[in-house]
Design a protein around this ligand. Sequence first.
Ligand code: ATP
Ligand code: MG
Length: 415
Amino acid sequence: MTERLCLVHYHEIGLKGKNRSTFENQLVTNLHRALKAFPILSVSRISGHIAVETEDRRASEELAAAIRRVPGVARVSLAYKCGLDEGEYCAAAVRALSEAGEFETFKVHARRSSTTYERHSLEMNRLVGAVLCESFPEKKVDVHHPDVTVVVHVVQGNTFVYAASAPGVGGLPVGTAGKVVTLLSSGFDSPVATWMVGRRGATCVPVHFSGRPMTSDTSEWLCQDLVDALAPSGVVGRLYVVPFGERQREISLAVPQGLRIITYRRVMLQVAERIARLEGAKALVTGESLGQVASQTLDNIAAVNEAVTMPVLRPLIGSDKQEIIARAHEIGTYDICCETAPDCCTLFMPRRPETHARLADVLEAWESFDHEAMVDELVDRVEWRDFSQCPSYRAPRGTLREHHRELSPFQGGER
Ligand code: ATP
Ligand code: MG
């Protein structure tokens, strides 16, 4: 019986010249971790692809679906692995085409890489094509725009045969673009923003500001659920939670109503930047989208941004809500975000927030309370939880482990 495996295609990695093997190795490592629940025999590089083989040699649609969620994967094909015997690979081609779903036209595309196999690819095209024409007499060959292409790829002593392949999420393997700290609320936008930078290869460390002790800890649970939902893509290594309720109350008493949100955000960014430095992260990420709410006008974004020196990435800045929601459905975060939870965003909100803050006013408000002591104290009270799905995550040494509590009630690890 011919073996079936998953053949993983990646294009962007192919463009990376000398770095190529670093990228391929990271993708192999990430796939191993992402597929922990499957009986995987091997994940190996073969001539511009990665082959994922299961112990039973019968790769399933479920396995292919799990692979497709891993950043760096452009396409996944369920392929039959044969020897060099032409009867065997022709039979596999018939089987692959019969499993390809609805189609009217097809073509064969034979390729040879690093092989001494004596048959030329043109000859293989003709041979396999003739067998397929005989087996599917009602279907037509179309070499220019076929509905299905049957690929017959000879690599060393093996032939890989497949017809159907499905797109993956694309992007680059997590761990190839450095580390970022993302600001994660339990709204729709920030989980999508986190996933998007993760898909571009960044190892993500989200920070959530909760309203605790002035609100319940529901938003913290939702954030943990969000990270769990993102687990199949392996983008998140650790979640930090900062109980912010009391400090927000202090801010709300100290600064003019209209500037409260901007001031909360400045403190949040500064705390996130401090965590980023401890983590060795090189940028911050938010889920802001231009003009979406009062705090996301250009004036207000600039007034908040002024509080930090690290680059702040905003992958959703030009996205519409509908696009963000569609993405949230795709990555599995939508339903979690539908649950409302009071977090620091709902606490001490002004009735009329300033929509176009003047920097001079913001800075005056900023000087009206001891913001340095506040940021120090918040960084000191950070809690965290580690997630094992992200092999590229390295926890910072020293400081945080010694001085910070793990996120209660999960002392010591995962739920
Ligand atoms: P989201 O849907 O991501 O919550 P939003 O539409 O509610 O965004 P804002 O509340 O203005 O917009 O938040 C803008 C960005 O600020 C968020 O995308 C997120 O990156 C960050 N942010 C807001 N609230 C929090 C929070 N409680 N903890 C961490 N980051 C937050
Ligand atoms: Mg929000």
